[in-house]
Design a protein around this ligand. Sequence first.
Ligand code: OXD
Ligand code: MN
Length: 603
Amino acid sequence: MSLTTNPNVLKWVDEMIALCKPDKVVWIDGSKEQLAELTAQVTSLPDGDPNKMYHLNEEKLPGCLYHRTAVNDVARVEDRTFICTKTKEEAGPTNNWCDPKEMYAKLTPMYDGVMKGQTMYIIPYSMGPVASPISKVGVEITDSIYVVLNMNIMTRMGKAAFDKLGDSNDFVRGLHSKADVDPEKRYIVQFPEDNTIWSINSAYGGNVILSKKCFALRIASFQGKNEGWMAEHMLILGVQKPDGDTKYICAAFPSACGKTNLAMLIPPEGYLKKGYKVFTVGDDIAWLKPGKDGRLYAINPENGFFGVAPGTNAKSNYNALASTMKNAIFTNVALDNDTNTVWWEKLDKNPPVNATEWKGSKVNGPEFIAEGNTLAHPNSRFTAPAENCPCISPEFNNPDGVPISAIIFGGRRASTTPLVYQSFDWTHGTYIGSAVSSETTAAATGAVGVLRHDPMAMKPFIGYNVGDYWAHWLEMGEKLGDKAPKIFNVNWFKQDENGNFIWPGFGDNMRVLDWIIKRCEGTVDADETAIGYLPKKADINVEGIEDEVTPEIMDKLLAVDKELWTKEIAEMRRYYNDDIKAKGGNIPQALYAELDRIEARLK
Ligand code: OXD
Ligand code: MN
C-alpha cells in the first residue's frame, strides 16, 4: 500500500514501476518492524551472495551490520558522474555533461526490466529536521536493502517525510538500481532541472545513498543558487566557551582531509580544564540560509555519519569511534572472526590473526599486512547514527539551525599555506575558497598524492557552472553584509624538509579554533600580510605542547614565503584562465581583482 496520496509522487512511482518492472513494491515507512524484517532478509542471504549483510557481535556491537561491496565498486566514480543541464555551459568546466534527453535515452533501456524478479523499495526521507523550514524531501527508489538500511541512518526516513511534503511537487526523485554492478555501465547522473537523480550499476555508499552527495550537494547547490541559500561540503561544529556562549563554525575540506575529526574534536587538557566544550552539528554537509536576524544559519541535512574507517581510533577520533558502537553499518572493513567484530588499519596495533580481509578471503592479519596488504579497504566506511555521537550538539535537531560566526577552508598542503590566516573580507574569502587545493586521497578513484584544485572542496559536488557558483557566493556575501561570517583558511598538514608533519593536529586544532573565535569577537590582533591576516606568534596558545611546537616551528607554521606564494598566485591565474575560463566558466571580475591585489601586495 502506498504511503502517500501525493499525485506527483504516485505518478512518478508508477512510471518507475513500469520502467523497472519489479516483482514486488515495498513502501518504506521507517517502522522498527519493517527495518527488522528487511535486516532479517538481507542477513539470511547465503554466503557469497553479493547483497549479503552480516550481524556482528551483539554484545560488543549491538545492532551493527557488516557488508562487503564488489571489489571494483569501492568509491565514488567522478569520471562516470554527470550533471545533465539543458546546456553544457550551465554544467560548466568542473562537471561531465550530457544533454538530458540523450542521457535519459541512454539510461532508460538500462533500467528497463532491471528489477524483474526483485523487490523495489520506495524510500521517503527528509533532509534536515522534518520541522525545519530549511529541510527538503526526497524519495529514493532502489532495489537494495543495503541502501534502505543506510538511508535509515543517514536521513530522517519514513512516513513523516511524506507528511511534510503534502501534495507538493518539490521533492527530489532518486532512482537507483544495482543492476549488474558493471563498472563499464556505471552512471551517477543528476538532472538538476528535473530534481532527478539516476544511479545505476553501483552498490557503494557514495554512489547509492542518493541523499548525500547527489541530492544534498549537487542538486541542492543548484536549488540554493535559484532560491537564495547555499549547500556546502562543510562540517558544522559549536565551541562552547567557559562563559557558556557557543560559537558555531563551518569548515570545508576536500574528501578525507579530516572533516569528521575536526567536527568531533576533543579539546586539549588545558582547554577542558577552563571549561571549553566542542559540539558536533555535522561532519560533511551544511545547508546555509540567512535567518530573520540577517545572520547565516546552518543545518546539517543528514542524520548520520558516513565516515572513512581507516585511521579512526580512540585517539584520532574517540567520538566517531563511539558513534559506531551500536546500530551502525560497516562496509569493506575487515572482520575479526574470533570475536565477530570489525577491524581496520590504525584502529589499534593488533590486527586480528583470524581475519577476513575486505575482499572476503580468510587471512592471518599480521602476516597479510607484513606482505604489504591492507586488511580494510582504504576507503572502507562506517555508517553511524548521529544520535550515538557523545558530543552531538543539543542544537542538532533545531529546525532553525545554528548561527555561523566563521567559515574555514583548508586542504592537505605540504608547503606554502600557513597553519591559519583570515581573509580581509567576504570577497577575498570567496577567492580563498576558490583557491582550495589538496593532495588527493583514496575517497575517490584515481591517483593518490597528486595536487588538485578543489574549489570550496566542492569540485565533484557543484551541480552547475563553477563560475556561477562563485558569483552566487559573492551575492550571498552582499546580502549578508556586515553580518556575514568571517572567512579563514587552515592547513593542518604542513611538513618539514624531511616530510614530517610539524603541527600535531587532531585535538590541538582547538588552539587554532580559539584564535579564529577571538578574531570573530574582535579580541585579538593580527598581522596584515600579502595573503591575509596572520596570527601574531604568541597568540596561538601552545600551552602543553611547547616541546613539540617550538618558536622555530611556529615560525615555519606561520611563514608566508614570498617565492612560494608568487608561484601559488601564478598557478591560480593559470587555473582561472586555462581550467575554468577557457573551458566555459564565467569567473566573476571581483575574483580576478582579488588575484591582482594579492599579486601587487606580494611585490
Ligand atoms: C565523502 C566524500 O564520502 O567526500 O564524504 O567522499
Ligand atoms: Mn564528503
